[in-house]
Design a protein around this ligand. Structure first.
Ligand code: SF4
Length: 303
């Protein structure tokens, strides 16, 4: 029995004992995706967190995702196997700075990308993910919107909705590594391949793609029979799931350096330890949770 299989067995038996569910983001390492009960994008994971009947949610992702799970299911214990698993983009906006900006734009609603802290969500009117950002912005009657923190997702949404978006200067350093020249080189090498990119990519990259979609959207796109080869512009972790669910098709990462170091902090050992110790857990002060819940639930009503 290899070391990983012994670890997997222990995790499985503790999972039953704790009545736990393991949720993993599409960017998690392959061995984590393989032991998860559910693998998905931010929207799918928050929907799972809202409806699960488990007592414990083991969140294999980054801090804001575990926080969102707690915001929706405060009666459950939400474990994050490594508390250092943060998000560089989420750290680019604080509630304090957002309050200052809101004062400069009175009456302008705030749409916050789910990649943000609970405090920032609490200051926002409605939340969005990359898979529903266009729908969320369209659902608002106002033509002018303050969008935080991802300027690139915001630019994409503005181009799709025609609304005026005030953009926060945040971005994802992992997706910023993906450049137009990477795509142009691969298009030459694989002329038949479809190109899909995540809306956290730069607009110049979006312009070269057949589809600009969330990771959940990429999973569905790959299932189409006419897609045989796909050039994939997002974090490397998704290649594992695409390949596993579509044997015989070819998935080419746009940029092998597009790796989120925070996502890779989660390991099988840390999952086991957190289930043994029932920590580290993630929670949010009730006053902030209630206001953040409004923004997240309002989003879930739109999709
Ligand atoms: S890939 Fe980027 S946006 Fe996603 S968790 Fe990592 S740093 Fe944050």
């Amino acid at each position: 029995m290899d070391n990983n299989s012994a670890l997997r067995d222990k995790i499985q038996s503790l999972k039953n004992k704790r009545k736990a569910v393991i949720l993993a983001h599409n960017y998690q390492p392959g061995e984590i995706q393989d032991i998860a009960d559910f693998v998905g994008d931010s929207l799918e994971l928050s929907q799972q967190a809202a409806k699960t009947e488990a007592d414990v949610i083991v969140f294999c992702g980054v801090h804001f995702m575990a926080e969102t799970a707690f915001i929706l299911s405060p009666q459950k214990t939400v474990l994050l196997p490594d508390t250092h698993a943060g998000c560089f983009m989420a750290d680019m906006v604080t509630a304090e700075k957002l309050r200052v900006k809101k004062k400069e734009l009175p009456g302008v609603p705030v749409v916050c990308y789910v990649n943000s802290s609970a405090e920032v969500k609490a200051e926002s009117d409605i939340c969005c993910t990359s898979s529903n950002a266009v729908k969320v912005v369209e659902s608002l009657p106002q033509q002018e919107i303050l969008f935080v923190p991802d300027q690139y997702l915001g630019q994409w949404v503005a181009s799709q909705t025609g609304k005026k978006l005030h953009l926060w200067p945040g971005f994802c350093p992992t997706h910023a590594r993906i450049l137009p020249r990477h795509i142009l080189e691969l298009k030459q090498k694989y002329p038949q391949a479809k190109v899909v990119v995540h809306p956290e990519c730069r607009p110049e990259v979006d312009a070269l793609a057949d589809a600009v979609i969330s990771t959940g959207g990429m999973i569905r796109y790959a299932q189409q029979p006419q897609v045989r080869q796909m050039i994939v512009g997002t974090e490397m972790g998704i290649i594992h799931r695409l390949q596993k669910e579509n044997p015989g098709k070819e998935f080419i990462p746009v940029c092998p350096q597009a790796v989120c170091v925070n996502m890779k902090l989660i390991t099988l050992e840390k999952i086991l330890w957190c289930m043994e110790d029932m920590r580290p857990s993630v929670s949010v002060p009730e006053e902030i949770r209630l206001r953040a819940q409004n923004a997240v639930e309002r989003m879930l009503e739109v999709v």
